[in-house]
Structures are given as C-alpha cells and as structure tokens.
Design a binder for this molecule. Structure first.
Ligand SMILES: [Zn+2]
Length: 79
C-alpha cells in the first residue's frame, strides 16, 4: 500500500473510533498460507486474511503472524 494512503487510512480509522483488527491480501497463484515475505514484513499485531486461488477455487484463511511465525486462526465472516 502506498505509504501516504496508508497514513490516511490510519487517520480515518482513528478519527472514526475504529481499530485495525486485520489486514487482507490475495495470493492469486498461491500459496494458501502466509508466505516467507508475509512473515518477514508483518508489521502489525493483527489477523492476516489471505485469499488464495487453486485452479478455479478461491479460499480465505486467517493467520496470526508474530516473532517470525505464522499460526492459522479461525475467523467468521458476519453478514
Ligand atoms: Zn502474502
């Protein structure tokens, strides 16, 4: 994400009384799990939701990344 746009997003989150609880990104060509760069570059203590594609199927999985490790976490998409 563009650093300036990222700062604007953080300002918007804070000014609206919200809290960053997760970051989403996709792996259109896999893997389903957090990649080595994802783990190395994780800068926030939030859930990381990774949407990946295997063939024609997309799958969303959640991970907690901390201290160089990635642990899968369950999450639920609310209506
Ligand atoms: Zn990734």
């Amino acid at each position: 994400m563009n650093p300036y746009e990222q700062l604007k997003a953080f300002d918007w989150i804070e000014s609206n009384g919200l809290e960053l609880i997760g970051i989403f990104h996709s792996h259109p060509a896999g893997p389903e799990t957090a990649s080595v760069p994802d783990i190395a570059e994780a800068a926030y203590a939030v859930a990381h939701v990774i949407v990946s594609r295997t063939g024609a199927n997309w799958k969303a999985r959640g991970f907690w990344i901390q201290n160089g490790k990635s642990i899968e976490v369950a999450f639920k998409i609310a209506e």
